[in-house]
Design a protein around this ligand. Structure first.
Ligand SMILES: Nc1ncnc2c1ncn2[C@@H]1O[C@H](COP(=O)(O)OP(=O)(O)O)[C@@H](O)[C@H]1O
Ligand SMILES: [Mg+2]
Length: 246
């Protein structure tokens, strides 16, 4: 199992010392290379769940297993390696304004391995997201949708096995949001990336093959849909891309 939550509870203590239970005894299994949408109202625990899987936070109780490894128990180098195996995309694109598009995509590769190979990968990914011509500009020259495509390339530059997307279309108009989510679907098909995507938008969620709905930190429903819509244009673009080797 790629991702498995076993009885996961997460409590936060707020500044006023009130306890908030963000996740409440959650059990979830996510199959390798699948795409799962997390839905549910604001405050239902979607972001918390993504953070736990990404190793950005630890559960209060229970286990978060990624490839069978207990993420909550990882420390030091093992935790850093885990975080590198995960690509994150957020609602806000969080690009660095002073860096070019290419250097933004390269940022997660700094300090790791072969710089030339990383550059080649970054350029390949910019090609895939349709922004190769923008490699040398700064993000302020791009539209919101384009910036999110850069953020997606950045999230994938270390060839992560997992892509965690937290309302990646939340700041985009509908058509641009679909472009981004179809791109995520295409990248998953090309690279076998396992995708967890939090969204408020049912139409976006329906592009995944399974929708898990959270309510008050618990799983309220878990539905498997038919095959996801074919992201054709993306698949065509991806056809030209060589597989990553690390
Ligand atoms: N760092 C934090 N400190 C205190 N409470 C938090 C923190 N992060 C999340 N929470 C609380 O946990 C619950 C779930 O939040 P979150 O996972 O962000 O939900 P969602 O992403 O579905 O909107 C909410 O009640 C929220 O207020
Ligand atoms: Mg959230």
């Amino acid at each position: 199992m790629a991702i498995e939550l076993v009885g996961v509870t997460k409590d936060f203590t707020t500044p006023r010392r009130r306890h908030a239970r963000a996740l409440d005894d959650v059990f979830l299994q996510v199959v390798e290379a699948s795409a799962v949408a997390l839905m549910g109202p604001s405050g239902s625990g979607k972001s918390t769940l993504l953070h736990l899987v990404g190793g950005l936070d630890r559960p209060t109780e229970g286990q978060v297993l990624v490839d069978g490894r207990d993420v909550g128990a990882l420390k030091g180098r093992a935790l850093a390696d885990h975080r590198r195996s995960v690509g994150f995309v957020f609602q806000r694109f969080n690009l660095i304004a002073s860096l070019t598009v290419l250097d933004n995509v390269l940022a997660p590769t700094i300090g790791g391995g072969d710089a030339r190979a990383a550059r080649r990968r970054a350029l390949d990914l910019l090609e895939v997201v349709g922004l190769a011509a923008c490699a040398g500009v700064t993000p302020d020259a791009l539209s919101g949708g384009e910036q999110q495509r850069v953020a997606l390339a950045r999230a994938l530059v270390n060839s992560p096995r997992f892509l965690l997307a937290d309302e990646p279309t939340g700041a985009l108009d509908t058509a641009t949001g679909f472009e981004v989510v179809d791109l995520i679907g295409g990248l998953r098909e090309a690279f076998g990336t396992t995708v967890l995507l939090a969204t408020h938008d049912y139409a976006v969620a329906a592009r995944c093959e399974r929708i898990v709905t959270l309510r008050d930190g618990r799983i309220a429903s878990d539905r498997t849909l038919g095959a996801p819509a074919e992201p054709r244009t993306t698949a065509e673009r991806l056809g030209a891309l060589r597989p990553f080797t690390d």
